[in-house]
Design a binder for this molecule. Structure first.
Ligand SMILES: [Zn+2]
Ligand SMILES: [Zn+2]
Length: 92
């Protein structure tokens, strides 16, 4: 599929960078770059349950990374919606 995403912001790139492991559930960074602290209760890192149930709070860095990831996701959706529209228009 054609892509006209701005450089440096594409889920395709993210997927390539992450391989099959996928980003951290909490901070949305690659597993090796995860910035999540260890949970004092269960010693897990990057587990959303710890934020719901073990009293961990998102840091500023985590929230920034989550917001950046969300923007990438939305841009990807926007891009595919535009691509789809293009495709329909060219059908005529
Ligand atoms: Zn993390
Ligand atoms: Zn925990």
């Amino acid at each position: 599929m054609a892509s006209n995403l701005p450089p440096g912001c594409s889920l395709g790139d993210i997927e390539r960078a992450f391989g099959t492991e996928g980003p951290c559930d909490v901070c949305k960074k690659a597993t090796g770059d995860c910035i999540c602290p260890e949970c004092p209760l269960c010693q897990e890192q990057g587990n959303l349950t710890c934020y719901d149930e073990h009293g961990l709070k998102f840091s500023r860095e985590q929230r920034i990374s989550q917001a950046e990831y969300r923007i990438c996701e939305l841009e990807e959706m926007l891009d595919s919606a535009r691509y789809y529209l293009d495709w329909i228009q060219q059908e005529a």
